[in-house]
Design a protein around this ligand. Structure first.
Ligand code: SF4
Ligand code: SF4
Length: 438
């Protein structure tokens, strides 16, 4: 494998963005107003069309300049442009291949290297993330967090740390998930479940709710503790080999489980799990296994919609704003299923959020690497969310929940947050709407 290079053509022969895919772009510009970086800065090079133009320069032999890399790095990978494009340009494929080239061939500064190394030594490892829970809970409950906030020093001294600190959700106790939960009533399916990294460490309640809802809807749920990371964060940031290692391990973990489906409750993870067949296409030992695995992957809302409800829904008197996580809406095309599941709950009123196609600025680790523009996007989203007047914001991605919660708090807005699974769980268990408004 090549190390970082300077000079020479931008891309090598190992999966560069291809001329064919680049040529699909007819430069119409329909994608521009849906691109968050174009909305923020109005610069052509920070639009989908502009980035495709830079990729074209690269495949035609131009070197990978710092400025080119900056525009590629600025992309949130939100895939809003894929939805908007009338010509079917596969920007998702293009940016993923470009990022892998950038990671291998572009020399990062020592600061960038250190930050990325720290992020990738922590975030894809659920056990390491869980070790942070104790100190973080102590920090939140001891009053130290309020003291630090009042001092205003952290954003000035350590903006990345300040961003992480502002994103961390309020932690409660986290019971250990069981390994297997039996279906209630007649069994309709056996499902393997991804517990996730950030989801399992910081949103264990979402995983518990997911298991209860699946069991209530007639699913045996398999939750092996050794499953690890799915590789989404790695693949979305150009670390293809690392992502492949995670993918092989996950496939091995569930290979003999007898599952009918593999269910995911985090949008970013779901979209990359659905591309395991492409990720491992060149691996003769895993290509067929990966294709079989991919065929079983379902987002939670997608699976519940497919199975149809059997558990009784009890009323929840709530006004809900539903936020389409980019990797659910744009990347997986799942928009109607969660809305339909929520609208079927008696008493629940669903509100739409203005400019739904624009990313909230979370985008995996984009908000950690780019705190200031991410905060601007978060503020835009939070304003639109608060304008709905809803008492509860529902979405299906832990990153969006953390990002919008932090932005709403900055604006002094009050809105509770929940994952779709938690709303369904509260309805099935007849907990009443107030249970979600804490
Ligand atoms: S993925 Fe999102 S940020 Fe990147 S070019 Fe497309 S719309 Fe813009
Ligand atoms: S909408 Fe599609 S074809 Fe038009 S400029 Fe954007 S990427 Fe190119």
């Amino acid at each position: 494998m090549l190390g970082p290079v300077s000079g020479g053509p931008a891309f090598d022969d190992d999966h560069p963005p291809t001329k064919d895919l680049i040529a699909d772009c007819v430069h119409c510009g329909f994608c521009l107003p849906t691109c968050p970086t174009y909305v923020l800065w109005g610069a052509e090079a920070d639009s989908p069309r502009g980035r495709i133009y830079l990729m074209n320069q690269g495949v035609n032999g131009e070197p990978l300049s710092d400025s080119m890399v900056e525009h590629f790095d600025n992309c949130l990978g939100c895939m809003s442009c894929v939805t908007a494009c009338p010509s079917g340009v596969k920007y998702d494929r293009l940016i993923e291949d470009t990022r892998a080239q950038v990671e291998r061939r572009h020399p990062r500064t020592p600061r960038e290297k250190a930050l990325r190394a720290a992020i990738f030594a922590l975030f894809p490892y659920p056990r390491r993330l869980r070790l942070l829970r104790g100190p973080l809970r102590a920090y939140q409950s001891s009053g130290l967090q309020k003291l630090v906030a009042r001092s205003g020093l952290l954003p000035r001294l350590a903006p990345t740390l300040a961003t992480l600190e502002s994103l961390a959700p309020k932690l409660r106790g986290a019971p250990k998930p069981p390994r297997r939960v039996a279906a209630r009533g007649q069994r309709r399916a056996v499902v393997g479940m991804l517990t996730g990294c950030v989801q399992s460490a910081f949103f264990p309640d979402v995983n518990s709710a997911t298991v209860r809802v699946l069991a209530a809807e007639g699913c045996d749920v398999l939750i092996p503790p050794s499953q690890g990371c799915c590789g989404a964060l790695s693949v979305h940031n150009g670390r293809r080999e690392e992502a492949q290692r995670f993918a092989r391990k996950l496939i091995d973990t569930f290979e003999t489980s007898g599952m009918d489906y593999f269910v995911v409750n985090a949008a970013g993870c779901g979209s990359s799990l659905k591309e395991y067949d492409e990720l491992l296409a060149d691996d003769p030992a895993y290509a067929a296994k990966a294709a079989a695995f991919t065929a079983k992957v379902r987002d939670l809302a997608e699976l519940l919609h497919e199975l149809g409800p059997v558990a009784q829904r009890h009323p929840l008197e709530l006004t809900v704003a539903y936020h389409d996580a980019c990797h659910l809406g744009h990347a997986q095309g799942i928009r109607t299923q969660p809305r339909s599941l929520l609208s079927d709950i008696p008493g629940l009123k669903l509100h739409e959020i203005a400019d739904p196609e624009i990313c909230c600025g979370s985008a995996g680790i984009w908000n950690v690497l780019n705190p200031a523009p991410a905060a601007s996007l978060g503020d835009m989203k939070a304003r639109n969310v608060l304008a709905t007047g809803a008492s509860l914001l529902v979405t299906a991605n832990p990153g969006c929940l953390m990002q919008i919660a932090a932005a709403a708090q900055r604006q002094g807005g009050r809105i509770a947050l929940a994952h779709t699974a938690q709303v369904l769980d509260a309805s099935i268990r007849n907990l009443g709407g107030d249970a979600l408004l804490h």
